[in-house]
Design a protein around this ligand. Structure first.
Ligand code: C2E
Ligand code: CA
Ligand code: CA
Length: 747
């Protein structure tokens, strides 16, 4: 409804503009229309501004001031035309001028964001001040000259200055809305009308003079501007703050350069002695000199912009290319390409402002890790490059990684920033092109990333084959998850038993996905999960596994086997799907599997957005009886916030913690166990490999465990046969007769 009104109103604007221009021509052509036009046009304009304001409801009083200004001018023009008391008419015209000045002040005062503090911006102000000083001096000189046409010259001089400022505004702003352009045109025409009249010795155009049409068109244009839907933005601070590039700002000064000469010409034309003649060349030269300085500043600024990244002010690809060419000619140079390991996740989970703040801190750390002999550049996104002498490259790379190991804190958020570095050393002989060396660094970086990240890999030719292999695999992953592509193999879900540590009794399993690949055999998740993620297919993968697990549970149930719960791993992408709970619950209901048989594992590694739908989804699932487990507990930056936000029942101690339990890790496990008991949570130890670990865990009160000591992940059939007992003919297992009652709460 609002949009159709806006379209209607935009069309009406253009229609009205056509009407106004035609009417202006007619008024010129038909003498009988001239007198009524002086009354009708201002009155109609004021009325239409009222219509525009009622229609679009702009904020602030600027448009009302415009209407007031037109009313004063219109009344002044009518009186001047029809009434013999010119003093009143001229007073009204001056009142209109005063309102115009009020509008300008209103706008300038409302402008936020401060002034441009660059040297160029300060020079602009000096030029404007010089020109305005000259105008002031001219006005004083004219008044002192005590000539009969003082008023005419004053008005004309002010008009000249105004013309300069309006033109400057028009060329130095970026993307002005239509309404602002109409306003600017109206103002320029008004000033031109005023100037022409002043130069011919009056305030109003003589009837029938072509300038009269100019005046009427300018009044009408104000009204047309008020009707356009963009009128709400015409006087806003954002519109006024939008500057163009340094060179366009320079262009904006040029109209001011002509002001001294124009002032001098106005005084000559009216034969009024103003400032002495020498002031014009002197001020003109001064202003021109300042403009040259300004041009130099603009040039430097655009050169800097061309070679630097606007966010971090580090060199960009062009800046890097220049410095690389210079340095590589002097000594062998290495390129280190850095890519942050989890940047995409941070951007997705916390928004681009947090992402930008992270990049800024990373750029500071890179500068801290390098010295004056190295160049740090940003190629875009989270890709940074360090150019270093080949002899020092190894040290620099290590320092860079070291700097990134501490998490970055942005607005209270603790963000992990580990990175992967690919190093490309120079060939023997003359330096090769930058592009080739960058490609090598990129290949090496990819190798560092896919072998786990947080490391440096140095390029060697065999890496290219590996990258080609991964590329092929990436294409296959997409086809695999798009379904129905038997030539790329299929996904299989294996089950790793979860046991009661003290008795060894199996109480459930974790579902772990594998890819049965036609050439590479059975691929573990580490070989393809990163590719799934870079292709944005995590949610699809989770979906496949969830379906497989729930249908498997239904089949086992139909076969009358033991009913033990199975835990499924979820990625962040799934958690950010608001439909997650609904999908999972209807999947369970359709398959006839009780919600208590499904557990979901979430991990802190994948930063889940605070205000996303995850908390609500998990609460819904929990309420329906699905247990939520927090995976990989004890690594990284485990926060209690996670436990508060999500309805977690189980903490899965990470393998790295469990492997240390027989040594100095015992304290940590004891602490986690105590906290879990206090919060009424269960603890599962993951990756239990030795009897000693198991014994120590039992001593520390940890009740459940999972690991190679008990069983590797097993294909579904094998798991069923070994753990769930034989298939019975019909109906569910007789509960109570089974030794394992599921994942029971501690008492
Ligand atoms: P995770 O969730 O921490 O899974 C446990 C991993 O530890 C599994 O590796 C398991 O085989 C391995 N493991 C279990 N016991 C031991 C042990 O005693 N010693 C050692 N060294 N390792 C043990 P896997 O199957 O290679 O899975 C790796 C990761 O891939 C998983 O870590 C999980 O984050 C992810 N993943 C696996 N399956 C899925 C899935 O279906 N969906 C999603 N989203 N992620 C999955
Ligand atoms: Ca897991
Ligand atoms: Ca884990």
């Amino acid at each position: 409804m609002t949009t159709s009104r806006a379209v209607w109103s935009a069309r009406a604007t253009w229609l009205l503009l056509a009407v106004v221009l035609t009417a202006a021509v007619l008024v010129q052509a038909v003498p009988a229309w001239r007198a009524p036009a002086v009354l009708v046009v201002p009155a109609a304009s004021v009325l239409l501004i009222g219509v525009g304001v009622a229609l679009h409801r702009p904020r602030g009083a600027a448009w009302w001031l415009v209407a007031l200004m037109l009313a004063a001018w219109g009344a002044g023009a009518c009186l001047g035309r029809f009434h013999p008391a010119p003093g009143v008419a001229s007073g009204l015209l001056w009142a209109g001028q005063a309102v115009a000045a009020g509008i300008v002040l209103h706008v300038v005062r409302g402008r936020t964001g401060g002034r441009d503090p660059s040297p160029g911006g300060r020079l602009d102000l000096v030029v404007i001040a010089a020109v305005l000083t000259l105008v002031g001096a001219q006005l004083v000189a004219v008044v002192l000259a005590d000539h009969d046409d003082v008023a005419g010259v004053l008005v004309a001089s002010l008009d000249v200055a105004l013309l300069g400022l309006l033109l400057r505004f028009a060329v130095s702003r970026r993307a002005l809305p239509v309404s602002s352009w109409l306003l600017l045109t109206a103002s320029l025409l008004t000033v031109l009308y005023d100037l022409t009249c002043a130069l011919s010795g009056g305030r109003l155009a003589p009837p029938g003079h072509p300038v009269q049409s100019l005046g009427l068109v300018s009044l009408a244009l104000f009204a047309v501007a008020a009707l356009h839907p963009s009128m709400t933005a015409a006087f806003t601070a954002e519109t006024f703050a939008r500057r163009r590039s340094p060179s366009a700002a320079l262009l904006g000064l040029l109209p001011l350069v002509t002001v001294p000469a124009a002032l001098w010409w106005v005084a000559q034309a009216r034969d009024v002695p103003g400032l002495p003649g020498w002031t014009v060349p002197v001020t003109g030269t001064l202003v021109a000199g300042l403009c040259l300085l300004r041009a130099a500043a603009a040039l430097r600024a655009s050169e800097h912009l061309a070679e630097h990244d606007p966010l971090t002010d580090l060199a960009n690809r062009r800046g890097l290319a220049r410095v690389h060419a210079e340095r590589a000619a002097q000594e062998p140079c290495a390129l280190l390409l850095l890519d942050l390991d989890d940047f995409k996740q941070v951007n997705d989970a916390h928004g681009h402002d947090v992402g930008d703040a992270l990049l800024l801190q990373v750029s500071e750390r890179l500068l801290a890790a390098t010295g004056p002999d190295e160049l740090v550049a940003r190629l875009g996104g989270d890709e940074f490059v360090v150019l270093a002498a080949a002899a020092r490259a190894g040290d620099v790379a290590e320092r860079v990684l070291e700097q990134l190991r501490d998490p970055v804190v942005v607005g209270g958020l603790v963000l992990r920033t580990g990175g992967s570095v690919g190093a490309a050393l120079p060939d023997a002989g003359p330096p090769g092109p930058l592009a080739e060396q960058l490609t090598r660094a990129d290949v090496a970086m990819y190798a560092a990333k896919t072998s786990g990240g947080d490391r440096v890999a140095t390029y060697h030719p065999a890496m290219r084959e590996e990258v080609a292999r991964r590329y092929a695999l990436s294409t296959q992953v997409r086809r695999l998850l798009a379904g129905r592509a038997p030539d790329v193999g299929h996904l299989e879900v294996h089950h790793q038993p979860l046991v009661d540590l003290a008795s060894g009794r199996v109480v459930g399993a974790e579902a772990l996905v594998r890819w049965r690949h036609p050439e590479h055999g059975l691929l573990p998740p580490d070989a393809f999960l990163a590719l799934v993620s870079t292709n944005d297919l995590d949610a699809q993968l989770d979906d496949v596994v969830l379906h497989e697990v729930v249908h498997q549970l239904a089949r086992w149930r139909d076969q009358g086997r033991l009913e033990l719960p199975v835990a499924v791993n979820l990625t962040r992408r799934s958690l950010e799907d608001p439909a997650l709970a609904g999908r999972v619950l209807s999947l369970l209901a359709d398959a006839g599997v009780p919600a208590s048989q499904l557990h979901l594992e979430i991990t802190e590694h994948q930063q889940v957005s605070e205000d996303g739908p995850a908390a609500a989804s998990l609460a819904g699932l929990r309420a329906a009886g699905v247990e939520i487990h927090l995976d990989d507990y004890g690594t990284g930056y485990t926060s209690l916030g996670y436990l508060r936000r999500f309805p977690v029942q189980v903490l899965k101690l990470d393998r790295s913690v469990v492997s240390a339990v027989t040594g100095d890790g015992a304290q940590l496990v004891a602490g986690v166990q105590a906290m879990a008991a206090a919060l009424d949570l269960q603890v599962v130890a993951e990756g239990v490999e030795t009897p000693a670990q198991r014994a120590r865990l039992v001593e520390l009160g940890v009740r459940f465990g999972q690991g190679y000591l008990f069983s590797r992940p097993l294909p579904a059939r094998e798991y069923a046969e070994r753990v769930l007992g034989p298939a019975r003919a019909h109906g569910p297992a007789a509960v109570g007769a089974d030794p394992a009652p599921g994942f029971a709460p501690v008492r």
